[in-house]
Write a protein of this length. Structure first.
Length: 143
């Protein structure tokens, strides 16, 4: 694998905060940041709290690509970027299978910077892919 780019955590959080604020229409600040990834991962991953001006707050997961070749205008973006694939898959599931517990909801993103913000499903999960790897929930009979 090629050398991964070094990320500026504050820059990523600023882009994530701007994208989330634009998506929800509320001013916010990201705080209580906990970096979850290490320097060997192809994506930067952090847990943060979105503190809204109305006093509400929610936990989010921020992901950013570390690929040195990430190009949001590339014709082959979906083939070349794992983060772009994840973004499209989450958007597809949200549009076609919402409310079915398929994983973390996509809340916002900045395609130019390669940053996405997801719903945080909780510290109790070992990873965001955990809900995908578990047995499906059984529905009560008669449904």
């Amino acid at each position: 694998m090629s050398q991964l780019r070094t990320v500026d955590v504050q820059e990523i959080l600023a882009r994530a905060g701007e994208a989330l604020a634009a998506a929800c229409g509320k001013m916010l600040k990201l705080g209580n940041v906990e970096v979850l990834s290490n320097d060997d991962r192809r994506n930067f991953i952090a847990r943060a709290t979105a503190h809204y001006v109305d006093g509400s707050a929610r936990s989010v997961i921020v992901k950013a690509t570390r690929s040195p070749t990430y190009n949001p205008t590339a014709a082959n973006l979906l083939q070349a970027s794992g983060l772009a694939k994840e973004w499209v898959a989450c958007a597809f599931l949200a549009a076609h299978a919402s409310g079915r517990g398929h994983g973390s909801a996509l809340l916002a993103g900045d395609v130019a910077k390669g940053v996405v913000v997801f719903e945080d499903l909780g510290k109790h999960l070992p990873s965001l892919v955990d809900p995908f790897s578990r047995e499906p929930r059984r529905r009560p009979s008669g449904r």
